[in-house]
Design a protein around this ligand. Sequence first.
Ligand code: GDP
Ligand code: MG
Length: 296
Amino acid sequence: PLTSLIPSAITRQIEFKLVKRGFQFNVMVVGQTGLGKSTLINTLFASHLVESKGRTEPEVAPRATTEIHPQSHVIVENGVKLRLNIIDTPGYGDQINNDGCWDPIVKYIKDQHSAYLRKELTAMRDRFIPDTRIHCCLFFINPTGHTLKPIDIVVLKKLAEVVNVVPVIAKADSLTLEEREVFKQRVMSEMLHNQIRLYPFDSEDNDEEELQLNERIREMLPFAVVGSERTVVIDGKPVRGRKNRWGVINCEDERHCEFVYLRNFLTRTHLQDLIETTAQIHYETFRSKQLLALKE
Ligand code: GDP
Ligand code: MG
């Protein structure tokens, strides 16, 4: 399935242009501690990584709970170089009182909008404003097989107002394929019920091909993923995988999990749209609110 998720030549050309302009793609990961956020990031770019900046040394002391830190990577995807910034966030919802536990995360997203707006207003002649706005927020869902936690719904609502939210089922190897399907449907109906507006959005500019692509993504959400920091050898090829007593899970095998779909979605099919939607919808909403407030 999903052969149409292969990028078209046009998408590739646009990517090239974006790269020449020195564009940045900023992805944030959010979710409870221990759901495999850091592992998945590591898995996403394992075979494509060219260069990394930021904290990559092993963490000696546990990370402070309020610390949000960006890491910069250059990856080669499809023969195209991409500068990718990953913003790992501390797990939320770990405390007894979780009031406002999402505040630092939402604040971080808004701060990037406000920094961009300041630059736009003051440095009109700068042809290029460094873009630190979050283009995609991967939201990690606990693979309970039951429902979302109330706190998840609160956080999802807050996030969806300011950023493109893409839900993923973490550690999908803990669910059977059947459980996975049922869980997906339940999660999506909860999203609908709570009026959480997930990415992708259809717009008038979308052509038939793009609308179809969006529909396919919606049918698949949330991406059920498995991450690993280990390399296993399958058919003589080193791949990211998890080995246990009864077998090996290959993170890159579509029959095992949807990791490859997520990666294609992020770095190929929806890369440009994630960036544009951030600028045209989320940033514009922020911007007009701010400018209106200034006038009053
Ligand atoms: P974080 O707190 O969300 O950043 O979680 P980590 O990436 O630190 O992972 C927490 C633990 O879960 C580690 O022991 C990982 O090896 C394990 N883990 C990560 N991803 C997966 C997965 O897809 N499946 C399984 N079974 N375990 C995973
Ligand atoms: Mg982590």
